[in-house]
Structure formats: C-alpha cells, structure tokens
Design a protein around this ligand. Structure first.
Ligand code: C2E
Ligand code: CA
Ligand code: CA
Ligand code: CA
Length: 279
C-alpha cells in the first residue's frame, strides 16, 4: 500500500500513540482495519557506530485508526498474536518492507538491508518459508539484505522446527537477529546450536549507560561474547551521544535509536537518503 499525504507525516513524525480503548472493540476494529488497509510501516535507521552511515532499517508496524491517530504495536501486536491476525499482518509487513527497501536503494545508490520482526506464531506457521520466498521474489531483494528478528525463546521452544527453518533460511543467505537479547529466560545454548548473525542489545541495558556500573559490565560482556562468536551487534534505544560514544568505543558495530534516527515514514526516509546523496 502506498501511503502519506504531508499532513499525516506531521502526526507520524512525533509518534504520538493514542491511548488504548476497551480491548473487545479494539479487536473487532482490528479485523476491519486489515481489510481497510489501516496498517503501515515506519522505518528506523540502523547506522554504523563509527561512520554513522545508514546501513539498513528496522520496519516497525503502526496502525493508523481514522480519527484516532496511531496505535502502538505494543498495543495491537500481542492481540494479533493471540487471535492469529499476526500471520496476515506479518506476511504483509515482510513483503511491503522488502519492496520498500528496494526503493530506498534506488535513491541511496548502494545496498541497504531491512530488519523485519517475526513473531512466535509466524515462526511456527507452516507457510512462513513460502511467504519469505514470495517477499524476496516480489521485491528482487537478495537474501543477505534481509534480517529476520526473533526473540530468544522462539528457538528453544521447538528446536527441531527452528533448526529446519534456520537451515532453509541460511541456504537463501537470509540472516537471523536475536531481538531484545538478554531479556528472556533462555540459556545461551541456542547461540551454539543455531546460525545466528546478529545480537540486538535491548534498550534496558543501554538506557543507563555509561553511568550504571552494571549496565557497563553487561554491555561489555555481550559485546565481547558477540565478537568471539563473530556476531554483529546492534544497540537498541540509543538516545544520546554519551551512549553512542561508549558503544562505539567498546566495539558495538551498529546503532539504532532516537539519537541517530527516529522511525519515519518512507517519504521521510527518501528525503534523508537524498540529503545524504547531496552532501
Ligand atoms: P522492538 O522490536 O524491540 O522495536 C524497538 C522499539 O523501540 C520500537 O518501538 C522503536 O520505535 C523503539 N525505539 C527505537 N529507538 C528508541 C529510542 O531511542 N528510545 C526509545 N524509548 N524507544 C526507541 P515500537 O515501534 O513501538 O514497537 C514496539 C514493539 O512492537 C517492537 O519492539 C516489536 O516487538 C513489536 N513490533 C513492531 N513492529 C512489528 C512487526 O511488524 N511485527 C511484529 N511481530 N512485531 C512488531
Ligand atoms: Ca525488533
Ligand atoms: Ca528489540
Ligand atoms: Ca526492545
């Protein structure tokens, strides 16, 4: 779906989410919203920690409710996960993000990657591989330009299924990132068993850098672990220069946060990439 007149951009820019209403009516509205095409994607830049060049984007879903503004994914993703709509929404998001990133590349004139969130229910869905293949065919995106973000719990809940799926992804050069790394209850065993490419360090560990001694220790250990295992690292929720300086100095490769770029609508990303071209 193609979005956005200028007036809407202003609203999205500030990312003011509306307060949740009663859940039952929200759920009913959601089914209708899928039909009416009220969902859209924002794209948040992921930049190189040292050069600050944009390397890729995370696609983040939004629900634009007529007359009510934007609803946060924290609000509707859990609901979509429990009622199954996430399969439909997730498939749309994957395809839309792959197609969109090709347009960004045309403007940037260099390869970019896209990071797409995959929920547990999507990961378990038999059709997931077909949907992924379709997204890549439709867009012409190559495997190494697609990063799928999953949470650590998904892998060990059904390791045989995960193994088969990840093997199929690896054969297409599609990479896997562990989202919210360190916040789940899982062990590190999955890092040994599965071909993981990237760890995304959760904002919870970034927020109080560099003043919190504990967060400094945790980040250092995660960055060292990643380096020894040859994994890429993305720090999430970087909001200021002190955090960025600490992370760059301690070997974190990539940065994602309000400090280096908020989630934006495609037109705004295109403007950003054009400005980069002109400079
Ligand atoms: P996430 O995957 O951990 O995504 C990162 C969240 O942090 C996003 O929230 C992003 O807007 C926010 N963020 C980025 N930089 C900063 C920062 O500097 N400070 C702060 N305070 N926050 C920052 P968002 O967009 O509200 O998404 C919330 C969650 O909803 C995501 O967390 C993800 O779990 C889920 N989600 C979003 N889009 C999708 C999707 O397409 N599919 C699925 N399954 N889940 C999605
Ligand atoms: Ca994510
Ligand atoms: Ca995350
Ligand atoms: Ca997070």
């Amino acid at each position: 779906a193609k979005e956005t007149g200028k007036a809407r951009c202003v609203v999205y820019n500030h990312e003011k989410f509306t307060q949740p209403e009663h859940d039952v009516s929200m759920e009913a509205a959601m089914f209708q919203a899928v039909r009416d095409g009220e969902f859209l994607l924002h794209y948040q830049p992921i930049v190189d920690a040292r050069s600050r060049q944009i390397m890729g984007f995370e696609a983040l879903m939004r629900w634009s409710r007529p007359g009510q503004g934007l609803v946060s994914p924290a609000q509707f993703i859990p609901m979509a996960e429990s009622n199954g709509l996430i399969n439909l929404l997730g498939a749309w998001a994957l395809k839309a993000a792959c197609v969109q990133i090709r347009r960004f590349e045309e403007v940037a004139r260099r390869p970019l990657y896209v990071s797409v969130n995959v929920s547990p229910r999507q990961f378990r869905n038999d059709q997931f591989l077909d949907i992924m293949d379709e997204a890549m065919q439709l867009s012409g995106l190559s495997g190494e330009q697609l990063l799928l973000e999953i949470t650590e719990g998904i892998l060990m809940s059904d390791p045989e299924h995960a193994e088969a799926l990840l093997t199929a992804m690896t054969s297409r050069n599609v990479r896997i990132a562990i989202d919210d790394f360190g916040t789940g209850y899982s062990s590190l065993a999955y890092l040994k068993r599965f071909p993981i490419a990237t760890l995304k360090i959760d904002r919870a560990f970034i927020k109080d850098l560099p003043s919190s001694v504990k967060d400094v220790a945790i980040c250092n250990v995660v960055l060292s672990l990643a380096s020894h295992l040859n994994l890429n690292t993305v720090a999430e929720g970087v909001e200021n220069q002190e955090q960025l300086d600490f992370l760059a100095a301690h070997g974190c490769g990539l940065i994602q946060g309000y400090h280096t770029g908020r989630p934006l609508v495609p037109d705004e990303i295109i403007a950003l990439l054009k400005a980069e071209q002109a400079s």
